[in-house]
Design a protein around this ligand. Structure first.
Ligand SMILES: C[S@@+](CC[C@H](N)C(=O)[O-])C[C@H]1O[C@@H](n2cnc3c(N)ncnc32)[C@H](O)[C@@H]1O
Length: 391
């Protein structure tokens, strides 16, 4: 995981030098240049400043800051759209297969550029995440839940603040998992199972005859461990590296009163338990470098988690045990990993495929033909690979 050190920023407030803690969960570097802006600042002016790399500390009405951020987003989208139209007019074959890895890298670059521009609008918060802005709501509970206690003033981007407020709503209302007739409650910075096509795969796969002990590696909200416990596995050990995920999984397990599940912080496998009959894992699906702690559940640099899992799993499995690996083939469609790579890693790990269950995602982006990655997303298949030690 990325270790974030305390960082501070300085700026001038009408000749008065000011200093505050820099808070950026999206890993934006502390701003080098800060100007004060307010309700009189036009969206065009703010957009120009943000694109030049100047950060803007908001002094006006809280709700107007939200509107300004929306106006910046619209301008950014128009600029992105113009670039796409220009590429289309110049007859560049945007979705040609040979260009697909570039397409993914361009997509990530565009995301990074968008994050950098939209993170230029800043708020100053006093200790305990209190804002003195006109019409500012109370958000210290949401910020404390997301970022932890803070006993000093900070500067934070309005975008990161919105992330914390959005997460607080998810945490309160939960993500309904219809096929299980329950909801899971994601915490800030924890993989939210909003597209849960793999839940049905987990319900359809046949449990091994002996299923006293299972591991859920990289448990996130605890969802897979919860499914196993609900299906009658007597004891489940769920691991994660991310402390936020561990707290979240514990919270969900407690809400559902499932004493069969124990949560452990571990890099992959639990420490020194007996061998498991079943080991499940839903690793991050895309081999790419995470740019902030928030991306560790989605991107796995060089498939390190996937490969580490496959390399170690047989040592933790009973001779008749099974591995259920949940993986989409999006990385294959984006030419970031090949099917041969994956099958080769199974063989190197002493595993063979017992069977595979497939499903096709139906989430919004897989149907959106304006998405630059539409060709890959619309062809994506999510699988549960049932693996066993090679006979
Ligand atoms: C795609 S999310 C899956 C979460 C959950 N199992 C689910 O299916 O909804 C991957 C999870 O793996 C965790 N993770 C990543 N690397 C890990 C490692 N080396 N050891 C344990 N957990 C890890 C991440 O923190 C994240 O919670």
């Amino acid at each position: 995981m990325l270790q974030i050190e305390k960082q501070y920023v300085q700026w001038q407030d009408n000749e008065t030098p000011r200093r505050a803690r820099w808070l950026s969960e999206s890993n934006q570097t502390p701003p080098a240049r800060i100007v004060l802006v307010d309700d009189q600042t036009t969206a065009d002016e703010a957009y120009r400043l943000a694109c030049e790399g100047t950060s803007m500390l908001w002094q006006g009405d809280f709700h107007n800051a939200r509107q300004l951020l929306q106006a910046l987003t619209r301008r950014l989208e128009r600029t992105e759209q113009r670039k796409v139209s220009k590429a289309a007019k110049s007859n560049k074959p945007a979705a040609h297969t040979a260009l697909i890895p570039n397409l993914f890298h361009q997509h990530r670059q565009a995301q990074a550029q968008r994050a950098s521009v939209l993170s230029r609008l800043l708020l100053e918060l006093e200790a305990g995440y209190v804002s003195r802005l006109r019409r500012a709501p109370e958000f210290s509970a949401a910020c404390t839940a997301a970022f932890g206690e803070l006993d000093e003033a900070c500067l934070i981007s309005f975008r990161d603040l919105q992330g914390a407020l959005g997460a607080a709503q998810w945490r309160e209302k939960g993500v309904p998992i219809a096929s299980l007739e329950l909801s899971v409650f994601p915490h800030y910075g924890v993989f939210a199972p909003t597209r849960h096509e793999y839940v049905q795969l987990m319900l359809d796969a046949q449990l091994p005859a002996a299923h006293d002990l299972a591991f859920d590696i990289g448990t996130g909200t605890g969802l897979l461990a919860i499914i196993l416990a609900k299906r009658g596995v007597k004891q489940v050990i769920a691991t994660d590296l991310n402390p936020r995920a561990l707290a979240c999984a514990r919270d969900n397990i407690e809400r559902l009163q499932l004493p069969a599940i124990a949560v452990q912080q571990a890099d992959l496998f639990p420490t020194e338990p007996p061998l498991a009959n079943l080991i499940v894992c839903n690793p991050p699906w895309l081999p790419a470098k995470p740019s902030s702690a928030l991306e560790y559940a989605v991107y796995d640099a060089n498939s390190a988690m996937l490969r580490g899992f496959l390399q170690g799993v047989a040592q933790h499995l009973s001779p008749q045990g099974q591995v259920w690996l949940i993986l989409s083939d999006l990385a294959e469609h984006l030419q970031l990993r090949s099917r041969e790579d994956l099958l080769g890693w199974f063989v190197e790990s002493g595993l063979e495929v017992k069977y595979r269950l497939d499903t096709q995602p139906k989430h919004g982006r897989s149907q959106d033909n304006t998405d630059p990655l539409f060709a890959a997303r619309s062809a994506e298949v999510t699988s549960l690979w049932c693996l066993q030690p090679k006979a």
